[in-house]
Design a protein around this ligand. Sequence first.
Ligand code: PYC
Length: 332
Amino acid sequence: MVAPDHFTVANVWARMQEIKVVDSHTAGEPTRIIIDGGPSSGDLGGGSLADRLAKFRDKFDSIRSAVVNEPRGSDVLVGGLLCEPVDPSCAAGIIFFNNTGYLGMCGHGTIGLMETLKFLGRIESGVHKIETPVGIVAAELFADGQVAIENVPSYRLTQSVSVEVPELGLVTGDVAWGGNWFFLVKEPVENLDADRRHLTEVALKIRHALQQEGITGVGGAEIDHVELFGPPLDSKNHSRNFVLCPGGAYDRSPCGTGTSAKLACLAADGKLAAGELWRQESILGTVFECSYQVAESNPNQVLPTIRARAFVSGQSTLILNPDDPFCMGIPS
Ligand code: PYC
C-alpha cells in the first residue's frame, strides 16, 4: 500500500489513528465534531482560525476526508474540528469542512456544535462566543435546548444577475454572503415537490453556468451554494428552500448561512424589517426561526439570528487503520 502523504508527519499520525467524534443533526442536517485525536492547535501553527484552516488544508486534508467521506461518512455530512480559540473569551474555535473542502462558517453546524458542547458538559445555558475562520459568532443556548446563533455580517453583493443555463434558459438570482457565497434564485424555476435528485441536478446546472460565466463572490470567490425557493408546506412559515451545498449534497436543514443570505436580500429589498420574524422552511419541512438587526458598522449589512434545535445522535471513535485501503476515505 502507498503511504498517505500525512505519514510524512509521523508523530502527528501516530496520535491520529483514533479520532473521537460526536455526531448531531440540526433540523435533519448532520454535523460530526472532532473532539479529540485530530490535528491540534500546535500541529496547525496556533494562529488565527483562518491560518489554521489553511494549514489543515495543506497538511492534514486526508484527515478531513477520513472523517466525512465514505466509508465513515457521506456527502451530506459536515465535519468540524474543535479548536482552542485565540480569543480567550470564546467558548471554542471551530473549522468546518465537508466532503470536498472547507466552509467559512456553518449555521446548522454551529447549532450542532453548541449541542455537542452541552452534551460534553463544557457549556451551560447562556450566551457563548464561537471563533470561526470568518469571524466570531455569538450563540445562546436556552434551557429548552434551542440555540440562537448571531451569524457574521451578511449582505447582498449583486441584485438580479441573469445567467443562461442549458435546458433551463435564463435564470435570475441574487449573489449574497451569509458566511458562504450563495446564488439565490429569484423565480421558482422548479416545483420544490419534485424529486430531490432532479432538484440537485437543476441546482448543479445553475452553479456550473455561474462558473462558466465567471460570476463570483468578492475577490473571485466561487459561489458554491445555490438556493431555490418555493411556497412553504406549512402556512405558518414564510418560504421553503432547497440548498445545494459545495460537494453536491443538498442541505436537509434550511441552511443557516443560506438563510442569512436570504435575510440580507429581504432586507435589501425592503421586504423584511429589522427584528421581524422570518420562518424559513427546509426541503424536509424543518424550520429555522430567524430575524436580523442592521449592522452598526455598515447599514448595508445585516446581523442575522438563526434559532433551532440540534440533537446529539452518536459518540464514537473512528479507527484509522493504515492497512485499510480506504483508511483516508473514498474521495467524492
Ligand atoms: O447551515 O450554514 C449552514 C450550512 C452550510 C452548509 C451546510 N449547512
